[in-house]
Design a protein around this ligand. Structure first.
Ligand SMILES: [Zn+2]
Ligand SMILES: [Zn+2]
Length: 193
């Protein structure tokens, strides 16, 4: 693994700026990997890890930079829960650890660096210095990962009986003996104009 500083430089490049969220994300991912004993996530261990992120903000980009897990590789799973938290799953052992940023870390950052007026700067500094235990809460968890959730899953592609679009990874909904895509099954996030 690289150092915090090296990862922060990488994260800054990938994300477009350096911010408190990047520091949180880098440290969160490094801690997760360390707890799982994964030390080369982009090299020899690159197929061992699946990461669930619970927010689509700054920290998420940094988690991707450190872990190498990406949406397009199916190794990054997004659960839109609005929480600065992530679960790191070692698929080779089944071990998984969920790490959440502590609510108290913001107040602690203020206490640590009252002399810094800018909140982002203040948190950036404090989040680099704070011990892991002050920054994060850890839980060992179990994550049910069916075969179709694995990055390398090769499954059959089915066609929606209603719209004719192809559906991968068993995302179809079976209804009255027909395969429907989730949009046609009523879960659509859009309406036709
Ligand atoms: Zn940011
Ligand atoms: Zn459809």
């Amino acid at each position: 693994m690289k150092s915090v500083e090296e990862y922060l430089r990488d994260a800054e490049q990938a994300h477009g700026h350096l911010c408190a969220g990047q520091v949180l994300g880098v440290r969160m991912a490094m801690l997760g990997l360390q707890k799982l004993g994964i030390d080369d996530p982009r090299g020899k261990d690159r197929k061992r890890l699946v990461t669930f992120v619970e927010i689509d903000r700054c920290a998420t980009d940094a988690v991707g930079v450190v872990t190498g897990c990406r949406l397009g590789k199916r190794a990054l799973k997004f659960r839109d829960w609005g929480k600065v938290a992530a679960t790191f799953v070692d698929v080779s052992t089944g071990k998984a650890i969920r790490i959440a940023a502590r609510e108290s870390s913001k107040d602690l950052a203020r206490q640590m660096h009252q002399e810094i007026a800018d909140k982002n700067q203040q948190q950036m500094r404090a989040y680099r210095e704070m011990p892991d235990d002050d920054l994060f809460a850890l839980q060992w968890v179990k994550v049910e990962l069916p075969p179709e959730e694995f990055p390398g899953y090769k499954g059959e592609r089915v066609t929606c009986a209603n719209c004719g679009e192809g559906i991968n990874f068993r995302r179809e909904v079976r209804r009255d003996g027909k395969n429907l895509c989730r949009a046609c099954a009523g879960e659509s996030y859009y309406e036709l104009q």
